[in-house]
Design a protein around this ligand. Structure first.
Ligand SMILES: Nc1ncnc2c1ncn2[C@@H]1O[C@H](COP(=O)(O)OP(=O)(O)OP(=O)(O)O)[C@@H](O)[C@H]1O
Ligand SMILES: [Mg+2]
Length: 226
């Protein structure tokens, strides 16, 4: 039987701005197993990023539970959530979020060091991952010296440094031209082949991903339709 990596139970979330109360998530239920790649679609403003932030422990849901690898993360303190995230979850964003003053190698290695690896070990693993994503020749460059596609490759290497069980990606090809976007999707396919247990939840507007992913879901009117 496949291992469940992520379970969402009746997630609700809203934002208040003055008198306005915006209900974004209205009872999201979902499970994702090891090895599955699920593409999540939804109109702009439908709550995709909100949902990803809740899954990653960056935001607490108003109610409902998030279980990752058997652990309910909804009740964790900020510090506990950060430690859990560093070890179990890899994050990839549309705008890469690399630290501008660090080299590519350091950007990847720091994520390993934060999760408790020694810096020497983290650097060794970072170099190996950067080689795997095709950036061996760019390790000592700063992010501003890399193209968008290269920065996203570095961010993908960073997301994998702690062997996460779950990869959360928020429109990872959103800032890239179609060809570079395709290359990044090929890289995801390659990494999936190398890590068959990895579960991937990827928010996207790119319908090519539906053909590559193993599942598709749509966030609509506060509910995740699978
Ligand atoms: N911190 C916040 N405070 C108030 N409202 C917020 C906050 N974050 C998000 N929202 C609102 O919640 C709704 C959902 O936002 P969210 O960013 O999750 O949408 P999205 O589906 O990711 O959109 P996009 O495709 O444009 O990235 C939007 O109407 C947004 O304005
Ligand atoms: Mg978003």
């Amino acid at each position: 039987m496949s291992k469940t990596v992520l379970t969402l139970q009746d997630i609700h979330h809203s934002y208040s701005m003055g008198k306005n109360h915006l209900k974004v998530l209205k009872g999201v239920n979902f499970t994702l197993d090891a090895g599955q790649w699920c593409a999540v679609y939804g109109a702009s403003g439908s709550g995709k990023t909100t949902l990803l932030n809740i899954i990653g422990g960056l935001e607490r849901p108003e109610c409902g539970s998030v279980t990752i690898c058997g652990k309910d993360i909804s009740g964790l303190s900020r510090r506990q959530a950060a430690a859990f995230r560093a070890n179990k979850i890899g994050f990839i964003f549309q705008s890469y979020h690399l630290l501008p003053e660090l080299t590519t190698l350091e950007n990847v290695a720091v994520a390993g060091a934060i999760a408790g690896k020694g810096f020497y070990e983290a650097k060794k693993r970072a170099a190996d991952l950067l080689d795997r994503v095709g950036l061996k020749h760019r390790m000592n460059h700063l992010p501003k010296e890399l193209s968008g596609g290269e920065q996203q490759r570095a961010a993908i290497a960073r997301s994998l440094i702690n062997d996460p069980a779950l990869l959360l990606a928020d429109e990872p090809t959103g800032n890239l031209d179609p060809h570079t976007g395709e290359e990044i999707l090929k890289l995801f396919q390659q990494l999936r082949g190398e890590n068959p247990e990895l579960a991937i939840l990827m928010i996207t507007h790119n319908h090519d991903i539906a053909g590559l992913s193993s599942r598709v879901a749509e966030l609509k009117e506060g509910i995740l339709l699978v």
